[in-house]
Design a protein around this ligand. Sequence first.
Ligand SMILES: O=c1ccn([C@@H]2O[C@H](COP(=O)(O)OP(=O)(O)O[C@H]3O[C@H](CO)[C@@H](O)[C@H](O)[C@H]3O)[C@@H](O)[C@H]2O)c(=O)[nH]1
Length: 479
Amino acid sequence: MKEAVVFYPAPLIGHLVSTIELCKLILTHQPSLSIHILIITPPYDTSSTSTYVSTVSTTLPSITFHNLPTFTPPHTLLSSTLNHETLLFHLLHHNHPHIHQTLISISNTHSIQALILDVLCSQSISIASQLNLPTYIFLPFSASGLASFLYHPMLHETYHKSFKELNTFLAIPGVPPMPSCDMPKPLLERNDESYKNFLNCSLVASKAAGFIVNTFEALEQSSIEAISNGLTLPNSPTPPLYCVGPIVSQIQNTGDNECLKWLDSQPSKSVVFLCFGSLGVFSKEQLHETALGLEKSGQRFLWVVRNPIRDQNHNLALGTQEDPDLDSLLPKGFLDRTKEKGLVVKNWAPQAAVLSHDSVGGFVTHCGWNSVLEAVCFGVPMIAWPLYAEQRFNRVVAVEGMEVALWMHENVEGFVEANEVEERVRELMESERGKRVRGRVMVAKDGAMAALGDGGSSRVALDKLLRAWNGRSVHNKIS
Ligand SMILES: O=c1ccn([C@@H]2O[C@H](COP(=O)(O)OP(=O)(O)O[C@H]3O[C@H](CO)[C@@H](O)[C@H](O)[C@H]3O)[C@@H](O)[C@H]2O)c(=O)[nH]1
């Protein structure tokens, strides 16, 4: 029987892209392997995901997608006040029987060597153990994030208030002192359903056969050591850690893309790129204020702008985005006044290609982990402006731990004023401190290349992982 591994990614485009990049890496080293990916269809527009999946299906025949049945949740679950993670966990629970069934069906024709669950899908580990499958957890975020994820039950026992009310610094092994309010957004409210789900995920994680993390040793030495030495799981043995990154999106053939052509005409390292992940959005007021700050900074900029949010509590956009009307969103005359120095693009830019362009000298990012890694790989210093998910946590790690970013300060309402945008951008591009951050990111870039090269830490970790899969008795058909 052909050997296979099965991936179960969370239905978020950022997680799916990281998963596919990991699959490509695995196939480079073990081309004979058949890879199966279980796909959830969420109850909102996912046309970008479907387009992506169909491109991957046609270009990578070793990867087979299995679409799990669509789940139509009760109306209350789709209300705009409900957080996205709660809806996600409902979807995941609903899918348990379908996962079980699909794994059995794959095993009729393949010998499954491993099941790899996205960290958000960790609760499905029970299905895998019923089927006697070695199950790994893939973290498309940092080792510091894994440290905090594993240590969450300890924090839960130590404190009895919600993180958002604690007003203290949390001591998580291997992680810089973490302001409790900067913990991942779904963990801030102790009584929230998504908090309980995340806690359950952490509680079952020690049963995994290993953790696969998109990072590299030189970037996150202290958190990797803390995890490997058992400090984050003090009450049970820690499964092996495989840091195989940085795995970042490959630069697409972007042809005559408008912003790349514009970058060609700009001086070396002169442009600040502002881009906020696959889902990040701002209020109209925040867009207006950011424009004022950029203009006052006098720096060159390339800025990806989306339609504003309606709900102030949710800085993320689900579903397809219509093109924003820039004239009505940005200050009067802004586009005209800045046309020599700046370019605003609607909705999406080819980020990896932009960051790799010689004209780009700084990156204002929401601190999604893929964005942080891409900036590191291309040696671009950052300004950290988090919006949702674990991005505030990543800001602390990137600024205080890795020292590859400057901190964008928001006021108590979470609003960033024009002066702050101006000062931070100038600081990054003009000051000694900016120079130091640039130096640090260049060191991290070299570390990334070394980790991926022959004998590098990430190559060694990947070989170990593939050997662990190959070492498994491959003839047992599950039932
Ligand atoms: O205009 C754009 C916007 C995004 N991207 C790409 O999209 C990806 C975005 O990934 P990431 O930076 O990780 O952000 P999110 O899409 O927001 O990712 C989600 O998943 C990440 C991994 O778990 C988390 O770290 C984030 O907080 C969470 O929001 C990157 O490869 C970018 O290059 C583009 O190419 N062009």
